[in-house]
Write a protein that binds this ligand. Structure first.
Ligand code: ADP
Ligand code: MG
Length: 680
């Protein structure tokens, strides 16, 4: 349903004057001209010669020079896809994989999903015909599980290598290894102009092809004093540019969807307030969960006389190139994952960017003409507060899923895996411990039968575990629904400011006494019983788009269930078995009520509270499990459910010793503390 027909070229104005075949020919010629104007085109032959002569090649080139869209096409034109062999190109971000595949299918005048396709988690837009395949780095990693030598590929391009995502880093080690025994496989590591030397060293001195991009000078401006509210400052700066500066589009870097939506709302209101006193300002947004039909808007040419402002997350830093940008507004922040191996806590935190990122962002302004970059921080802060480079994700993330995948690939000795930069030993140990506690590894650190089945799911091991456990408790249908709903959990309810009370009432109507997991199940089942009605979502302030996505995810998980031979069965939504299953994966995340509304996490004594949006907020049962901790002004447990502590020893015997739990239960509860599963 997301497949769109190829776009037509604007410059061919009147198709009625030309015969269809002429039209097509002219269209092709126009596209060829566009492609030939890219900096990469000058290096086409040099690139192809290098690929012919070397097995591994490092390519560095300015963002927008044509690495991602052109290199696979050059290779295809040169015959590297003969016999149906594929060229695979990885992208760290799902939006980039989708958007670039769409662009390349347009350039090749084929339907998206045919010769050119993409594969991202829970969405495979490829067919047997596909020879150029864009995919997230995580998907290629999973392909090793089904095709360990990746024999259906002739060429692999590890693109955006400088992003150093966890999956890209793991791929480096794996592809380096297979390139040793598959001498016919061509390997291309492609990155923005950063780190090329380091990549070359890692790949045994592979040659580097540098492609200089077009770059116009960019003037950089700093604020005199730090900004208290960068979102507001970004909006004000946008309007100032719009009113005072010559033509040229604006790109604003924000940290996430909420900020992008908020900035778009404020801009709409303020430009409306200015009425016809100003020229038209077209507002376009881009972030990873934006549906693909809306993503396309950022690439639409700006109407004459108007100006476009693109409100983007990090994705526009190097993954996507938008033509026509002359002004960049850089507040200096991004959202970054952080992991504390000691507490096992993973959190997304708004963090100052690195100098390298700041340079990339500024560079976005100088592609079509001399540009300007407005940094919403001081020159002093740039010099003294920004790190030189980003820290690779592998050094700041939970390694559970990756360790499970590597173990499934038969890589047992993780300490000596060929990492470009090693993860902290503590994080590796923590991941091994967690997998042991989940029953995925035995006490020798070897994969168990359970672990092998868990690895089939592209999910965090905690979620794969509860799916596997649902077999025993006869509720796989319900557990799969809960997992799917958790994947869209932060975007289920819609809460317009002018109807906040109605929206909150609608939400409360779904609440279940045992907590949020059952509430999620209830929402999905009610929607299912209306035959997936859009109207029903609308009436209940539920985002239909998210529900549809949950349904897609659910379909995928159900087919994986079949692969691991778990029967799809329902227990009629009986809460206790369902919550026992959830506990079997989330036993790490247990909180015990201390006093009032304050909980203590069992394993690391952290003070936390139930999130105000929870169905058991203010109910405060004695024991809860939660899906995740979110940090705002306080530490909140999000998606929490009431449990009986005796379940902990039942479903997680590797982790909770009976005596330990009994001790905890014996401890006196303050008077007047709410009822709990433990009393039922
Ligand atoms: P790189 O990977 O080197 O950063 P790309 O191959 O992504 O560069 O982009 C090359 C050019 O293709 C960009 O300059 C841009 O003009 C164009 N382009 C990419 N995606 C689209 C799109 N969806 N619509 C229009 N033009 C696009
Ligand atoms: Mg690219």
């Amino acid at each position: 349903s997301e497949i769109m027909e190829g776009q037509t070229i604007e410059s061919i104005t009147n198709p009625e004057l030309v015969k269809p075949e002429d039209f097509k020919e002219a269209e092709r010629e126009a596209m060829a001209r566009v492609r030939m104007s890219l900096p990469m085109y000058q290096y086409r032959q040099q690139f192809l010669d290098a690929v012919r002569d070397y097995q591994v090649l490092i390519i560095e080139g300015e963002t927008g020079s044509g690495k991602t869209t052109q290199l696979p096409q050059y290779l295809h034109e040169e015959g590297y896809t003969r016999g149906g062999k594929k060229i695979g190109c990885t992208q760290p971000r799902r939006v980039a994989a989708m958007s670039v595949a769409k662009r390349v299918s347009d350039e090749m005048f084929v339907k998206l999903g045919a010769e050119v396709g993409y594969s991202i988690r829970f969405e495979d837009c490829t067919t047997e015909k596909t020879i150029i395949k864009y995919m997230t780095d995580g998907m290629l990693l999973r392909e090793f599980l089904t095709e360990p030598d990746l024999s259906s590929y002739n060429v692999l391009i590890i693109d955006e290598a400088h992003e150093r995502t966890l999956h890209t880093d793991i791929l480096f080690g794996l592809v380096k290894d297979i390139s040793r025994f598959r001498k016919d496989l061509k390997l291309i590591i492609s990155s923005a102009t950063l780190d090329a030397k380091k990549f070359s060293e890692f790949f045994d001195g592979a040659p580097i092809l540098s492609v200089p991009g077009r770059r116009y000078p960019v003037d950089i401006f700093y604020t005199k004093a730090p900004e208290a509210d960068y979102l507001d400052a970004a909006v004000v700066t946008t309007l100032q540019i719009h009113v005072t500066q010559p033509p040229g589009d604006i790109l604003v870097f924000l940290t996430g969807q909420e900020e992008v939506d908020a900035a778009a709302d404020i801009l709409k209101v303020r430009t409306m307030g200015l009425g016809t006193k100003i020229k038209q300002l077209v507002i376009a947004c881009i972030y990873s969960t934006l549906p693909s039909d809306l993503q396309a808007k950022i690439f639409e040419p700006t109407p004459p006389g108007a100006r476009k402002v693109v409100l983007a997350t990090n994705i526009a830093e190097t993954s996507l190139t938008i033509d026509g940008i002359v002004y960049v507004i850089d507040p200096g922040f991004c959202k970054q994952k952080n992991y504390n191996p000691r507490t096992g806590m993973e959190s997304l935190i708004v963090t100052p960017i690195s100098k390298a990122s700041a340079g990339q962002r500024a560079g976005r302004a100088g592609r079509v003409a001399p540009g300007k970059c407005f940094r919403l921080y001081t020159a002093w802060a740039y010099e003294h507060e920004l790190e030189a480079n980003n820290i690779p994700e592998i050094q700041r993330t939970n390694l559970g899923n990756v360790v499970l995948v590597l173990k499934s690939l038969g890589i047992n000795d993780l300490i000596h895996f060929d990492f470009m930069d090693s993860p902290p030993a503590e994080a590796l140990i923590r991941a091994l411990e967690q997998l042991y506690a989940l029953g995925a590894l035995n006490d020798k650190g070897e994969l168990t039968k359970m672990g092998r089945r868990m690895a089939e799911f592209p999910l965090d091991p905690t979620l794969s575990k509860i799916i596997m456990c649902s077999e025993k408790y006869g509720c796989s249908e319900e557990i799969v629904t809960i997992c799917s709903m958790l994947s869209v959990n932060n975007a289920i309810f819609y809460r317009p400011k002018d109807k906040a009370i109605h929206a909150d009432n609608a939400r409360r109507n779904f609440f279940q006494p045992t907590g949020d997991h059952m509430t999620l199940l209830n929402i999905y089942n009610q929607w299912r019983d209306t035959d997936y009605s859009t109207q029903w979502c609308f009436e209940n302030f539920i985002q239909h788009r998210s529900m549809r996505r949950a349904r897609d995810v659910r379909d995928q998980l159900m087919s994986l269930l079949e692969r691991v031979e778990v029967e799809p069965v329902s227990n009629g939504s009986e809460p206790i078995p369902i919550l026992k299953c959830v506990t079997s994966g989330f036993f790490y995340n247990t909180g015990k009520l201390q006093r009032g509304d304050t909980y203590r996490t069992i394993k690391n004594n952290q003070s936390v509270q139930i999130h105000p949006t929870s169905s058991i907020f203010q109910v405060n049962p004695r024991w809860v499990i939660y899906h995740e901790l979110v940090e705002t002004t306080k530490e909140y447990m999000r998606c929490a459910s009431d449990i009986n502590p005796s379940w902990l020893t039942e479903v997680a015997p590797h982790y909770y010793k009976k005596k330990e739990v009994e001790e905890e239960v014996k401890q006196k509860m303050p008077k007047g503390v709410g009822k709990s599963q433990s009393d039922r």
